[in-house]
Design a protein around this ligand. Structure first.
Ligand code: GLU
Length: 511
């Protein structure tokens, strides 16, 4: 018998921007699909019309595309098993709900909101900590189990609003096998009679999710841990329909940096890091949240970082391209314990990608930032600047913003260096050194370094007495990339001019 083709889905509800935990779920689904030569689907679960947020679906697609985890099937991606938006599949769910009613696994419930509140109040008074509509309480409610067939039909015919509820078996053990957690066993007395079909003609998440997973031939359900409590109901629904259940894998939570609780949508900007892949403006309130893309993260670094939040390759390797992740990924190496998000580690990943990027590419990316600072430089100049700066930056923009001396002569000079290193005889030594530099024909870093070293020897002065002063004269700063590289890039005329002007200023200041 041939094995079933692996098909997985990412099934977000478009109720707002995609949280980075959601991106990780999508990523693991994608990796699993590609690893197994299968399909990765995007399904939009928009049955709850009250929570619909305009722009959220477009945001989800843009975020996935930015990350490079593009669905094989989905709304606007094509595929034979669509539509991939549940609101467009609305018509088909009722039939499945009816099937369950006919088979005795579900029933009509006519209770009004007041009656439901009254029931809960009554149970609370009687000491119940979780008053719910379940195998016991349904017996005293207004539903097709307590009413006669004729009464039920009459109510429906009269247009009395109703929902369809799942008839939870009484006191049975449900066993859910989870690929991450092993067996999870729950007794049905802990579960309620969930609504499957609402009075507005829409299915609830539970029904639509199961029907779609079955009809879209989903083989593995990989989703966040917050859905684990729903899994027993889902297993029972598969049984009730007589369908084979997919393999379940519930991913560990993403935790706050201090490990105390789930990383929530609110944490990000409050703690100074993004929790969303892209910037987002809430259409209702205008509230803005920042995204990794706009903060200057490479999508490759973001994905790499997310992949390791909950999965480990079993080796010390940390840097993985998307292809390498596909090759290395397995559900067996997904952990049970919550994964602590570390914003510094996220930066570290970005820095690694920055360092390994080709200078010419970085030059293109840094150009807009340089322009924003009011400067224009040739691609060759920027490429060399990036080569010098990339070891000292985590983000593209920092290469422009942390090196003002690449664009203009310094106007002030690092006080600490001057105080410590600028001595009485320094101006005299620096003037002599300038004369040497003026004589260098080919103003390359290596030539400058040689000239500098022979100068030190000839004068009998130490590196530590001269180099920091040279740097402060040319760049205004106490630290930075290779001094002779910087001077070579700036050129002879500019370097010499800066040194001479600087000597004058510092000399005057000292007197
Ligand atoms: N619509 C659910 C969500 O928003 C999907 C859960 C699942 O994957 O079953 O996350």
């Amino acid at each position: 018998m041939s094995e079933k083709r692996v098909r997985v889905r990412f099934a977000p509800s478009p109720t707002g921007p995609l949280h980075m935990g959601g991106v990780r779920t999508a990523l693991y689904n994608y990796l699993f699909a590609k690893k197994n030569g299968g399909d990765f689907l995007l399904r939009i679960e928009d049955t709850d019309q009250t929570r619909f947020v305009p722009g959220a679906e477009a945001y989800i697609r843009e975020a996935l595309e930015w990350c490079g985890i593009v669905p094989d099937e989905g709304p606007d991606y094509g595929g034979d098993m669509g539509p991939y938006r549940q609101s467009e599949r609305k018509e088909m769910y009722r039939e499945y709900a009816d099937r369950l009613v006919d088979a005795g696994h579900a029933y009509f419930a006519f209770d009004t909101p007041e009656e439901l509140t009254e029931m809960r109040e009554r149970l609370k008074k009687a000491g119940s900590s979780s008053p719910q509509y379940n195998a016991i309480t349904r017996e005293s409610m207004r539903n097709s189990l307590t009413l006669s067939k004729d009464d039920t039909d009459a109510l429906i015919a009269d247009g009395v609003p109703y929902v369809i509820r799942f008839k939870m078996p009484r006191n049975e053990e449900v066993r859910v096998h989870d690929a991450v957690r092993g067996w999870v066993v729950v007794n049905t007395h802990q579960l309620d009679d969930k609504v499957l079909f609402k009075s507005d003609g829409m299915p609830t998440y539970h029904l639509a999710n199961i029907v779609d997973d079955h009809t879209m031939e989903i083989t593995h359900v990989i989703r966040g841990e917050e859905w684990l409590p729903s899994a027993p109901l889902h297993v029972l629904l598969y049984e009730a329909f007589g369908w084979e259940a997919p393999v379940f894998a519930h991913l560990p939570l993403l935790l706050k940096p201090d490990g105390n609780g789930k990383l929530s949508k609110r944490d990000g900007d409050r703690l100074g890091f993004p929790v969303f892949p892209l910037d987002w403006t809430d259409p209702a309130t205008g509230e803005k949240s920042s995204g990794y893309r706009e903060r200057g993260y490479f999508p490759e670094a973001f994905i790499n970082m997310l992949a390791l939040l909950g999965w480990n390759p079993g080796t010390p390797q940390e840097i993985f391209s998307l292809e390498e992740l596909v090759a290395a990924f397995s559900i067996e190496r997904v952990g049970k314990a919550g994964a602590k998000f570390d914003p510094d580690k996220a930066k570290w990943f970005n820095q690694q990608y920055l360092r390994s990027a080709p200078d010419a590419e970085l030059a293109e990316e840094v150009a807009p930032y340089v322009k924003a600072l009011g400067h224009e430089k040739s691609p060759e100049f920027l490429a060399e600047m990036c080569r010098l700066m990339k070891e000292r930056a985590s983000f593209i923009r920092e290469m422009a913003e942390n090196g003002p001396y690449f664009f203009a002569a310094p106007t002030d000079y690092d006080e600490k260096t001057v105080k410590k290193k600028w001595k009485e005889q320094t101006a005299h030594i620096m003037r002599k050194l300038t004369t040497e530099f003026k004589g260098v024909e080919d103003f390359s870093a290596i030539n400058l370094e040689n000239v500098f070293k022979s100068f030190l020897e000839k004068e009998g002065v130490g590196m530590g007495a001269v180099l920091p002063n040279l740097r402060v004269l040319v760049t205004g700063e106490g630290m930075g990339p290779g001094m002779f590289d910087v001077m070579s890039l700036l050129g002879k005329a500019e370097s010499v001019e800066r040194i001479e002007k600087g000597i004058e200023k510092l000399e005057n200041a000292a007197n």
